[in-house]
Design a protein around this ligand. Sequence first.
Ligand code: F6P
Length: 317
Amino acid sequence: MKTLIVVSGGDAPGINALIARYLRLATTNGDEVIGADGGFEGLLAGKIVTIDQSIVTLLAGRGGTVLASSRVPVLGEDRAQQKLREIIEQNEIDKILLFGGDGTLRHVLPLLNDWGIPCIGLPTTIDNDVAGTDYTLGHHSACNFALQSIDGVLATAHALPGRIFMVETLGGNTGYLALAIAYAAGAQTVLVPEYELSLEWLGQRLKETTTRDGYALVVLSEGVSIIPQLEEAIPRLTGIRLRYTRLGHAQRGGDVSHFDRVVAHEMSRLAYTGFKDNVQIGTIIMQSGQLSLFEGKLSGEIKAPPDLDQYKFINEL
Ligand code: F6P
């Protein structure tokens, strides 16, 4: 059996760990593994590489990915699709292990499968926004990265009271990541794109919490529409100094948490045994804390919005 590994879309902590485990499992059983260097764009350019077991094992605890990814949507045209099929045939690839977010799993996975290539998808994004699974690899590590930064912010917030702190997370146009972080950090306010709030409400809330607690901590997702106005409006509405921290891409490339290493290990095992059992198309999903191989195409559904009760609890306490 010869597996091609492709990483598509945004990288996430845990990809290296999963590649390391899958590679060891496959080679120990006499199977071959190769990788696309640069996602589908790299693959179309013929960039196929072997993966060094010792290097990927060494990097298992680090963010990023030894197999470069790409976000370029190269498979839209018939010509590109034809070329990709030729590359797959020429390299005698039997199975494709595909890392990616919602778009990749919903569109590229079925396309590959329509060509008769067995493929298994691995939901990987720090955003945790893939419908059909409760969890995407990397989310937990990204939360941990944010919490470490927030602990630093809280230390200075307590030391020098009377300030408002805003910590902006990644998350694209979704708020799953920000909400998970805000809840764990004990933030008094969380802002997410799915439930927008007015500046007036925010000003009032920040004044109240600063008076009550000595500081205010707001965790907000990068997709919130009022962000451009915040730095001017908050001090004006509250009369309180504002300090703004953007976690940015550092949050995506942080170290891999214990949980994500376990998830990566388990995902690699489920994917490998799925291929061995001749699964034609599937995705490794988590439901109620259990990882499993979902066989078939993921439905076209959209993930339910972030937990409203949790959101209200943070903003009302
Ligand atoms: O992969 C998801 C994500 O990290 C989002 O949280 C973020 O908005 C986006 O990717 C950033 O993408 P890029 O790396 O292309 O700037």
